[in-house]
Ligand binder design. Sequence first.
Ligand code: SF4
Ligand code: SF4
Length: 64
Amino acid sequence: MAKYQVLLNKALCKSCEICVELCPKKVFGRDKTGKAEVVNADNCIGCLICEEHCPDFCIEVREK
Ligand code: SF4
Ligand code: SF4
């Protein structure tokens, strides 16, 4: 079972793709508008790279 919950505030996302590029587990994809979306939440290992690098503070990773 997934240990982490990945929360993404799309309203703040500016489609920079940093999270898509940096996540080592391919948790993020892009929706039709180009914004990031969580597509593989179960793969998250809780490294926090996404949370630390998103320039708009859209992402929060929580331990379940
Ligand atoms: S890093 Fe942040 S602003 Fe950039 S695409 Fe991901 S969620 Fe959106
Ligand atoms: S915490 Fe790490 S593995 Fe989980 S979504 Fe963020 S970058 Fe990917």
